[in-house]
Ligand binder design. Sequence first.
Ligand code: PTJ
Length: 261
Amino acid sequence: MTEIPDSHPRRESLLARGKIVAGTRRGLLADSAMIAHGRGEAFDYLLGERTTDSAARAIRRVASLLISAERPVISTNGNTVVLAGEDLIRVAAVVGCPIEVNLYYRTPERVAGLISLLQEQRESIAKEVGPDGFEGDWAEEVRSVRILGTEEDFRIEGLEGPRSICTKEGIGLADLVLVPLEDGDRCEALVSLGKKVCVIDLNPLSRTAMMAGVTIVDEVSRASRVLLTEVLSGPSMEEEWDNRAILREALREMSGSEGSI
Ligand code: PTJ
């Protein structure tokens, strides 16, 4: 990858593109992964490429729900593993939940490739010093994060074909699923199975964003970093949650970027 100077104003964005390109070359991503990423970038540009106040509130909410859920699971697709896999493993280690590879464009090769990338990420994170605020044996917690996806022993009712395939231990029995970059149908099917669904999606108008119980309108790697800090600080539940109000707030924050012209 071309060297990007630290001072480059679009450094983060170019590094993320580099990860998507590298993931594509390794055969880990869907053919349309770059299109999805480009759409996300456009929304992120309008957000000012920052975690807004409404996104920060949604992240706090998701952290509290993850901590208090009985069987939470973090579902990951190709783009998510490549962009945010490491922080999501750290989150899973703190919460004590599994990560499941669950793909829209499912092939056995991509599932296996993404699982081995997550395993590599898990091993290198286990060798780090634990994050500030973590108490316990970091290496042990990280290594105990279960990485699921190949078991294929459960079907999500209401979805046709390979998209319905998941694991019983993960999404199948979960009471809460965190699904970054999810598609609307799957989000709807999970909600109708009675699961609490939290999503990360830069598009506040997507069906996914509107179907979810909690929507984090933020870039997946930025949001995952903040989510880690929040799960480390413990639960802080607001009594009421109005997800539509959060989406309206995100749209206002996007249109507020006209102030910079
Ligand atoms: O790995 P697979 O097979 O599961 O496929 C993954 C993609 C993302 C290709 C697939 O789910 C897809 O085509 O998704 P869509 O329908 O294009 O939706 C992707 C959504 O994610 C859009 O609403 C984008 O705005 C949003 N998005 C894209 N990149 C990011 C993002 N949201 C947060 N962070 C991002 N980096």
